[in-house]
Design a protein around this ligand. Structure first.
Ligand code: G1P
Length: 293
């Protein structure tokens, strides 16, 4: 069956970015000039996803507004001849994917947020895309997972090696064997293990391809780490009755879920943005000289 649907959870409280996220979702924080959630929606689109459900929390109206048209602004840009800006504004509304929204009433965990997508997904395989990770590769990571699914018809979770001391920030896999280069048979999945207990340095990064059986499991998954319903726990349970693979991502990952990663990503993207790259590069070189004195 073709993978057509994606779920983007965007219901977190964004506490790492307070006070910026007091009245605004962290998914609307821009990288240069584009909110992070737009990068995720664009990745889905590039992968061939047709329908996207965004699971919102409180204060998330601005996400819906961002992907909606804004006739007043568009009229103003048109009458002042700002055609390039008009195109950029309209592109967001005409991305060519269908967007749907639902709400997660309480921040009860990633597993609970995904469970809200049950009737949207129905009985099809689907992808989960987390907004904290921006991925860069020739083939979008979501598409790489979809290509795996075409071969295996099994759930596949994107992973990446991270420095050993950082494993406790992630879901981690215990690898069994590699069935082909970059595709791993997994023994178990553990959510945020202590560094000394981690079964490997392969961390779950924010892209998952899941079969719909995950919903039957999520329905009965008890709160785990942090008192929240963990998607990783449900995946581990599913792995006992059907195969779940891990796909090793070889591209670049930008973690925009914390302050330092967010700033680094802004610099990296700013160095590629046609409007900012030359001036920013010059500034960074000068700043580097000053800082290393
Ligand atoms: C979530 C998942 C975790 C995963 C991580 C990737 O954690 O629970 O398994 O490794 O995303 O970004 P969070 O970062 O939301 O705490």
């Amino acid at each position: 069956m073709k993978v057509r649907k994606a779920v983007i959870p965007a219901a977190g409280l964004g506490t790492r970015f307070l006070p910026a996220t007091k009245a605004m979702p962290k998914e609307m924080l821009p990288i240069v000039d584009k909110p992070t959630i737009q990068f995720i929606v664009e990745e889905a689109k590039k992968a061939g996803i047709e329908d996207i459900l965004i699971v919102n929390g409180k204060n998330k109206r601005s996400i819906e507004n961002h992907f909606d048209s804004n006739p007043e602004l568009e009229q103003d840009l048109k009458s002042t001849g700002k055609i390039e800006l008009l195109n950029l504004t309209q592109e967001v509304t005409d991305l060519g994917v269908n967007l749907y929204y639902t709400r997660q009433p309480y921040p009860a965990g990633l597993g609970d947020a995904i469970y809200r997508a049950r009737s949207f997904v129905g009985n099809e395989p689907f992808v989960v895309m987390l907004g904290d990770d921006l991925m860069r590769d020739k083939v979008p990571l979501t598409k790489q997972l979809m290509n795996d699914y075409d071969k295996t018809h099994a759930s596949t979770i994107a992973v990446m090696k991270v420095p050993h001391e950082e494993v406790s920030k992630y879901g981690v896999i215990a690898p069994e064997d590699e069935i082909e280069p970059g595709l791993i048979n997994v023994k178990s999945f553990v959510e945020k293990p202590a560094v000394e207990d981690a079964p490997s340095d392969y961390a779950i990064i924010g892209r998952y391809l899941l079969t719909p059986e995950i919903f039957d499991i999520l329905e009965h998954t008890k709160p785990g780490r942090g008192g929240e319903v963990q998607l990783t726990d449900a995946i581990d349970t599913m792995n006992k009755t059907q195969r779940v693979f891990a796909h090793v991502f070889k591209g670049q990952r930008f973690d925009v879920g914390n302050k330092e990663g967010y700033l680094e990503t802004s610099i990296q993207y700013g160095l590629r943005h046609p409007e900012t790259r030359d001036a920013l590069k010059k500034y960074i070189i000068e700043l580097g000289k000053k800082l290393s004195k």
